[in-house]
Design a protein around this ligand. Structure first.
Ligand SMILES: C[S@@+](CC[C@H](N)C(=O)[O-])C[C@H]1O[C@@H](n2cnc3c(N)ncnc32)[C@H](O)[C@@H]1O
Length: 264
């Protein structure tokens, strides 16, 4: 039987799964639009996270929601979406043949750009916890005709992949939503190959943002952590990343680094 394009990417993802996830995957339909490795749902971290699991937001996310709210967070002079994709690709140092994990991929707006960059010999996995985001992502993926991208439903803070599986890990606009962002960073580090690159875009504490006793209240209300200016950079260095770069833009930071090892 001829395999479909999605199945061929699926076959390349299966060996990267940890044994328990592999067993789960083997029990799922081979033609499912994404591999669902979460039983039930994740506990909500707040209103922002809840919006990502509605039917409505994923439909307007890529075209309207992310560009508009992203620009508000980055500031009027901050990078637009095309520039953000360029930043991510640069931080990841993408080359043909690379394996890339796009964590909290939403509808795959970045994953598809990475897939176009790594060529037929490369592989991109988009992972998200939201079924509605992934359903939308699967529609976009079908329309794109890309056959080197596969979508997985999983928890960013307990990744279903074996260690050292990816040359690049990206996590844009999501780390601040995780229940345990530090566990998320540990997991990203674990699945990277030595010498692999990380690209993050997340919140950062700036002058106008609430501080002191107001900070935990606003964070809880919005379900979004606001990281201190050196917090993510320090966390990456502590985990063995070097060549760590940070760029601030409005209320967000872009951070990239290279995991030590693996030669030049
Ligand atoms: C604002 S979207 C970011 C999408 C895309 N990366 C971008 O930059 O446009 C945040 C995504 O994080 C996902 N998410 C939040 N917590 C997660 C977790 N623990 N595991 C996996 N995905 C998670 C949400 O479902 C949502 O799709």
């Amino acid at each position: 039987m001829a395999t479909t394009e999605v199945e061929s990417a699926r076959e390349r993802v299966l060996p990267l799964l940890e044994p328990a996830a592999r067993t789960q995957a083997d029990a799922l339909a081979a033609d499912a639009p994404y591999l669902d490795l979460i039983e039930g749902g994740l506990e909500s971290t707040g209103v922002t996270q809840d919006l990502m699991t509605t039917g409505f937001v994923p439909r307007i996310y890529e075209r309207y929601w992310r560009p508009a709210l992203g620009q508000l967070a980055k500031g009027v002079t901050g990078p637009g979406m095309a520039e953000e994709i360029r930043i991510a690709r640069l931080l990841l140092g993408l080359a043909p043949g690379d394996g890339v994990l796009d964590i909290a991929c939403g509808p795959g707006n970045f994953s598809r750009a990475f897939a176009a960059g790594v060529g037929d010999s490369g592989l991109v996995v988009g992972l998200d916890a939201s079924e509605t985001m992934l359903r939308r992502g699967a529609e976009e993926l079908r329309a794109s005709g890309l056959d080197n991208l596969f979508l997985v439903r999983g928890d960013a803070t307990a990744l279903p992949f074996v260690g050292h599986s990816f040359d690049g890990v990206c996590c844009f606009a999501a780390l601040h939503l995780f229940d345990d962002p530090i566990a998320g960073l540990d997991e990203m580090t674990r699945v990277l190959t030595p010498g692999g690159r990380i690209a993050l875009m997340t919140s950062v504490q700036r002058q106008l943002a609430p501080r002191g006793p107001l900070k935990p209240i606003t964070e809880r209300l919005g379900g979004m952590r606001v990281f201190g200016q050196g917090e993510i950079v320090d966390a990456l260095r502590e985990r063995g990343f070097d060549d760590v770069h940070q760029r601030l833009s409005g209320l967000v930071q872009f951070v990239g680094g290279r995991l030590a090892g693996g030669g030049e």
